[in-house]
Write a protein that binds this ligand. Structure first.
Ligand code: AMP
Ligand code: ZN
Length: 305
């Protein structure tokens, strides 16, 4: 097979996009597709300030790299959750990358700010650690981006993440979560616009980009990921894909174009969560009186985790 761009021998064949490319041309293809995704979905408008939530993993580091390289007003935000043997390594990768590329970086230290690291909180848990972590990251990234005047909060979620998220929510019949699985969520006064510019790329496609562009990333696994059901379902989908190539794509894109809009419409008509209020303790947006993060960190609410 020949590279679609230069005609030389192709190194990478992307069945989903029906294209073969050489390593030299692959970054151009990847960057063009990211730009098209941003433009088509109106994710980032002219002059908007983008805050990229980075974990130190391949997806968010690739996103930070591509946005900076293509000229967006890009900054980075890292939440150090205090996961021993993991958080500090991710932080190191992010700090040195941002310094080298002159990217403003905000680091939020959970233990310093809230008095407890995730490792400690997870010992008191009733809820799964990854679910607590997700709740904390969602609120803090939004708050920091909003308070620092960013217009857009970008995350590195890719198609494989979207598939597993959808599948988990289907298993739980969570129509409200399914209705919010979109590449872009509009903002409001308390919520910053959220975008996922890599939502059309697979795990493998972002890994190729990160490796060809020599983007440093931390490849280790979070010690808590063993407990995550998402890890199990990711593996399950990959083994299914080996037996039935193309199944991930046909299921995910078929669902997202044909069924998700119907569920979204239904969910907007019957949403029982009511209006967004401000948490009585911290003032952050919530559908209840006290937000889930305050429930996690308040002394009395340890049992409420
Ligand atoms: P995960 O929740 O680990 O699947 O990560 C999904 C996305 O959330 C990543 O691609 C990042 O954009 C963002 N993210 C994950 N962990 C962090 C973190 N510790 N700090 C900031 N952003 C994060
Ligand atoms: Zn609160």
């Amino acid at each position: 097979m020949r590279c679609r761009f230069c005609g030389k021998k192709a190194d990478i064949i992307l069945k989903m996009h029906r294209i073969a490319l050489c390593k030299k041309c692959y970054p151009r293809f990847f960057e063009n597709r990211v730009l098209k995704t941003i433009e088509k979905n109106k994710m980032i408008e002219d002059k908007e300030k983008v805050c990229v939530a980075v974990s130190g993993g391949k997806d968010s580091m690739a996103l930070l790299h591509v946005l900076k390289k293509t000229g967006f007003r890009t900054s980075a935000l890292y939440i150090n959750l205090g996961i021993k043997g993991y958080s500090e390594k991710c932080e190191e990768v992010i700090r040195s990358y941002c310094k080298l590329h002159d990217i403003p970086l905000i680091v939020y230290d959970l233990e310093k700010e809230k008095g407890k690291a995730l490792d400690e909180v997870s010992k008191l848990k009733r809820r799964a650690t990854c679910s607590i972590c997700g709740t904390i990251k969602r609120q803090i990234t939004n708050k920091i981006a909003r308070d620092n005047g960013y217009n857009v909060l970008a995350t590195g979620h890719n198609m494989d993440d979207g598939l597993v998220f959808l599948f988990l929510n289907l298993l739980n019949s969570d129509v409200f979560a399914i209705s919010s699985s979109k590449p872009m969520l509009e903002g409001s006064d308390l919520l910053v616009k959220k975008v996922k510019p890599l939502y059309r790329f697979t795990d493998l496609e972002t890994r190729y980009y990160a490796e060809i562009e020599n983007i440093p990333y931390y490849n280790g696994k979070c010690p808590h990921s063993k407990e995550a059901s998402s890890t199990m379902y990711k593996e399950w989908w990959n083994s299914l894909e080996e037996k039935k190539p193309g199944i991930k794509n046909s299921f995910y894109w078929g669902f997202m174009s044909n069924i998700q809009p119907i569920i979204s419409k239904y969910a907007s008509e019957v949403d029982p969560r009511g209006d967004i209020k401000r948490c009585k303790i911290c003032g952050e947006p919530t559908s209840r009186d006290i937000c889930s993060v305050c429930m996690i960190f308040s002394k009395d609410a340890a049992g409420g985790i």
